[in-house]
Design a protein around this ligand. Structure first.
Ligand SMILES: [Zn+2]
Length: 422
């Protein structure tokens, strides 16, 4: 089994290095924006067709003649930039087709390629010509750089992306690695409920708390942003404060990333198969706004919930869990989340009044009492196992499992699936 992995290391820069890197990034940004302007104009013209990847690359010599500074950058990374733009357009058209066909579950934004801004998108990629030796990396036309080698690189490096993040520059090395085919595994398995007060709850009763450190950081962010708003824009003090705000932003992002990776890894080590709700996460955050025909109800409460949802990065979490489980021969099975929070995991009775509060579940029929998230996780496990049995029990042969014939079928729509926060 061939897998792809990425390693990211911070570069240790010498005096003039950052200037050279900025220059390279500037050339790539220029080429990206130039090419995007060309494509965008063609895109807006209904009769025209976009340039192909080769046609774009054939424009490069002309652009280099018009703008001699482009000669400072290596041609390959400029070509790579055009290939990346081509990929961005392909991805856009693919999502657009899916949305038009009505089977796109991750929201309705097809993600049109965007112009790159200075400072925000400083990056470039080497498809080849680089070399990595011990703690040093050679980048064509730039030379050797030392990097902070936080871990060993396993596999064959395929490409290297250089990015700036705040004051630092990083290299991301993408590798391909042949690993032994995992032995398909089915046990242990568990259902999983993703929530706001508890990040996740498993059907065996164990749970993970959300990363509360983020709450503290968010307060800090608000404070620093308030201070920023009182400074004169683009003054020296404003710049200093802006750097502080960005530092908190990075800290929030890094903590979240770390939390998601650690949590998904711990689960992938302990379980072979996990059943999770197939949440339309981006759809959930869109639904609170409502439409003109159907203004969002309870907008504030939902917006609060959605913020927590996005903060916790559920879709990213499920993505990580998916590949981490499958590399070990297991599987993440998504089940349709119909009624999982309102039906009783013991007797199957479905009622809104079963759910007493955000955290308490008490069945009005059989009297079962437990944490609401635990009850939901048990329902998800049952739905998942039922779906597996119906699918002939072959691991890896099915994606989403629907609720099945014994569950009530309802028209799609997810506005009402969201429990109101207590
Ligand atoms: Zn019951």
């Amino acid at each position: 089994m061939l897998i792809r992995k990425g390693y990211k290391f911070r570069l240790k820069l010498k005096a003039d290095d950052a200037r050279k890197l900025r220059q390279f990034a500037g050339c790539c940004r220029f080429v990206w924006n130039r090419a995007l302007a060309v494509q965008d104009e063609l895109f807006r013209d209904e009769k025209a067709k976009l340039l192909t990847r080769t046609e774009l690359i054939n424009r490069l010599p002309e652009w280099k003649r018009e703008h001699p500074f482009l000669a400072d950058a290596q041609s390959q990374i400029l070509q790579q930039t055009l290939k990346d733009l081509d990929l961005a357009y392909r991805a856009f058209f693919r999502r657009l087709r899916k949305i038009r066909a009505g089977d796109y579950s991750e929201g309705d934004d097809p993600g049109y390629p965007r112009f790159k801004k200075k400072y925000l998108h400083d990056s470039f990629r080497f498809p080849q010509g680089f070399r990595i030796e011990y703690r040093h990396i050679f980048l064509p036309k730039l030379g050797w750089f030392r990097f902070y080698k936080s871990r060993e690189i396993q596999g064959t490096p395929k490409n290297v992306t250089v990015t700036r993040d705040g004051p630092h520059w990083y290299v991301s090395v993408q590798v391909e690695q042949e690993i032994p085919d995992p032995v398909p595994a089915r046990e242990p398995s568990a259902g999983m409920d993703l929530g706001v007060s508890r990040f996740l709850t498993l059907s065996d009763g164990s749970c993970a708390e959300p990363l509360n450190a983020l709450l503290g950081l968010e307060d800090k962010l608000a404070r620093e942003q308030r201070k920023l708003s009182r400074k004169v824009r683009f003054s020296a003090n404003w710049r200093k404060q802006k750097a502080r705000v960005n530092r908190v932003h990075r800290k929030i992002r890094d903590s979240r990333r770390d939390f998601l990776h650690k949590t998904s890894m711990a689960l992938a080590r302990s379980y072979a198969v996990l059943y999770a709700e197939d949440l339309n996460i981006r759809g959930m955050s869109a639904s609170a706004r409502g439409t003109t025909d159907n203004p969002g109800q309870n907008v504030r409460a939902k917006a609060g919930l959605n913020k927590a949802v996005l903060d916790q990065g559920w879709s990213e979490f499920l993505r990580q869990l998916d590949y981490k489980l499958s590399r070990r021969g297991g599987e993440l099975v998504r089940v349709s989340p119909r009624d999982t929070s309102q039906s009783c995991s013991r007797c199957g009775h479905v009622s809104k009044s079963n759910r007493r509060s955000q955290s308490r579940f008490k069945c009005t029929a059989c009297g079962l009492e437990m944490h609401a998230d635990h009850n939901a996780a048990l329902n998800i496990a049952t739905l998942g196992q039922r779906g597996r049995n119906a699918c002939g029990d072959e691991p890896g042969t099915h994606g989403t499992v629907s609720a099945g014939s014994s569950m009530k079928q309802e028209p799609p729509g997810n506005g009402d699936k969201v429990p109101a926060p207590a």
